[in-house]
Design a protein around this ligand. Structure first.
Ligand SMILES: C[S@@+](CC[C@H](N)C(=O)[O-])C[C@H]1O[C@@H](n2cnc3c(N)ncnc32)[C@H](O)[C@@H]1O
Length: 215
């Protein structure tokens, strides 16, 4: 089967994307819901998680994406690969990440990745950018103590903007991260590396520090 064709961008402020998602039921979507959970926000086709779920099966993986056909296709591929530790959810993470995560027991979400989110370059589109103060607050409230957020992008101003949001929240401490700590690269990361463009990365740890990444 060929790749699903979808719009390159969708407007997260359009009425369709303002609808609340159902909270993820980890008892239902994962075979063993007690495993530590990695959340990838803006996962696109979900290939990063597909490979992580096979490579590091002692974790569960949840991908969140606003382009619904990509979510359906990614769940289909996870099913075909018989991965019972991987699930993708259709959600506008800019507005509804809190609702999506509300059923996840405390202590389970141990890592969050935000990788190459859409920059929405124009000033008039700045409100469409996925990472905002509400998302930082949601992550801080759902992440386990010592949990880690890994952020990377090739767009310098967007890195500055996202890093400033985390640095401005005293619940996080920064752990500067020059290299991708995961054994897998995202699609966008591979494309950027092929063009030898710089990538801006950092990590933010909630309340104290310890290594909490698979791999
Ligand atoms: C440039 S792509 C990068 C995809 C992947 N993380 C990677 O590194 O290859 C950004 C992704 O974020 C998704 N996205 C943008 N805004 C979003 C939102 N508000 N909620 C969920 N996903 C969003 C886009 O649809 C797109 O798939």
């Amino acid at each position: 089967m060929g790749r699903v064709r979808v719009h390159q961008h969708v407007n997260p402020l359009a009425p369709y994307y303002r609808q609340a998602p159902k909270p993820v039921d980890i008892e239902h979507v994962f075979a063993d819901p007690t495993k530590p959970l990695l959340l990838d926000v803006g996962c696109a086709r979900g290939r990063f998680l597909l490979r992580m779920a096979g490579a590091e099966p002692s974790w569960n993986y949840l991908g969140v994406e606003i382009r619904e056909p990509l979510v359906d296709e990614a769940n289909r591929l996870a099913g075909e690969a018989e991965l019972d530790n991987l699930h993708y959810a259709f959600c506008n993470a800019m507005l509804w990440l809190d609702r999506l995560l509300e059923g996840i027991p405390s202590g389970v979400l141990q890592t969050v990745t935000i990788q190459f989110p859409d920059p929405w370059f124009k000033k008039k589109h700045a409100k469409r950018r996925m990472v905002n103060r509400e998302m930082i607050d949601t992550i801080a409230r759902h992440l386990a103590p010592d949990g880690r957020v890994f952020v990377q992008t090739d767009i310098e101003f967007l890195a500055d903007e996202m890093f400033a949001l985390f640095r401005g929240d005293e619940r996080f401490r920064e752990d500067p991260t020059a290299e991708n700590p995961f054994p897998v690269k995202t699609e966008r990361e591979k494309a950027v590396e092929e063009k030898s463009l710089p990538v801006y990365r950092s990590s933010f740890v909630l309340d104290g520090s310890s290594e909490k990444i698979p791999g």
